[in-house]
Design a protein around this ligand. Sequence first.
Ligand SMILES: NC(=O)c1ccc[n+]([C@@H]2O[C@H](COP(=O)([O-])OP(=O)(O)OC[C@H]3O[C@@H](n4cnc5c(N)ncnc54)[C@H](O)[C@@H]3O)[C@@H](O)[C@H]2O)c1
Length: 449
Amino acid sequence: MTRVCVVGGGGYVGLGYAVALAELGHTVVGLDIDAARVDQLNQGDSPIFEAGLPEMLERNLASGRLRFTADYANAVPEAEIVFLCTGTPSLSDGEADLRQVRAAATSIGAHLASGRSTIIVNKSTMPVGAAELVAGIVAEHAPQGASYAVVSNPEFLREGRVLHDILHPDRVVLGGDDPRAVATVAALYEPLGAPILRTDHRSAELIKYAANAFLATKISFINDIARLCERLGADVTIVAGGIGADPRIGPRFLNAGIGFGGSCFPKDVGALTRMTEGAGLHPGLLRAVLEINRDAQRRFVTRADQLLGGLDGRIVALWGLAFKEGTDDLRESPSVAVAEMMQERGAQLRAHDPAALANAARRLPWVTLCDDLYETTRGADAVALCTPWPEYAAADLKRVAALMRGDLFLDGRNFLGPRPVEAAGLRYVGIGRGARPALDAGLASLVGG
Ligand SMILES: NC(=O)c1ccc[n+]([C@@H]2O[C@H](COP(=O)([O-])OP(=O)(O)OC[C@H]3O[C@@H](n4cnc5c(N)ncnc54)[C@H](O)[C@@H]3O)[C@@H](O)[C@H]2O)c1
């Protein structure tokens, strides 16, 4: 069993790894500069909403295999492997902000033990060249006699399924130029049974960005088709089903809606855009992906504004604030963008979310937050479903209709579909499900009309 230190061990990825590696029998120290979070974790209280996390955290703290600290000296010197899982948020121009990574690499280097060899695993999503950057910073601060190797190991987990995805990966990517270090990290993953792709640092780093950019592109592609469906009187859910049945395309990530968000897709597409520009190339596709995504949220708000005859003074019930179901994460959440745009137009917002209300109280203090879903709809002119939590599929829509003063139900995720909503007497408006207008002259001419 290996002695592991997880730097950034209080975050979504770092905490997931700290807990999961302890579950696999390793001795793990989760290290985080957020001392309050460290205290909370040592008491067995998870600061993050994730399925299975509280139980696995408690079990591994009790076993003695897992502890948390804010002190590098108390974690790095004894570790054989150090996972670097700090955040890499976006700068305003989209470039990855590597300040957390630089600070962590500096502290890791300064606390390596002399006469020992340590493997540093780059788990954070970092631009191509980051392995050299981390190795250089560590070299600058490491004491004499300490040796180390860097392995690039990008992460593909999904929030809401963090522990599941860590323990059941579909592939593991390891980039590096030190075969022994790569083999040692591979040995950690081998019990999980996933294929392990060994490659160079730069390919490993690019795989992560290319994967997220591809998934984001699928979402923006279907949202672009959804716009066309609205104009042409087609139904994007049927179009998506029809194209997704082709195994070369596949059905996933073809749900039209108010777009992608979260801490990864927007920032990673932004960072890849900057990398492409930095390489002297034109990031035409990536820019379009981001633009269509922003447009998806704007169009949703404009639609609400038009259908309500103006949002000023209207009461809107927002269902779902997290960027997706299963998480409490509000980072880059499309629901938050929608809330902000509606508020700017004078709407009064009442919001529900099964997991994100505590985060929302800090992020959206001007929104009335409701523990009870039905409370959002009392006297509301419209419901705007923004996050597809399963709870919303089970809502009593007749009760909702009775509580509202208006009848508009905007389904920003095509989650409920028109049937149950209309059966409750509400007016359903989804995404990309147009009424059938007459073809305008320009279009009619294309079919000889
Ligand atoms: N969240 C995801 O779904 C996901 C998925 C795949 C990859 N990633 C990548 O993993 C990385 C981490 O993402 P996250 O969502 O877990 O971020 P996060 O912000 O939740 O966690 C980062 C943690 O690092 C800590 N930290 C910051 N500076 C530190 C330092 N110098 N020393 C020790 N700790 C420090 C913070 O306090 C925080 O707890 C990012 O690069 C992200 O792109 C995230």
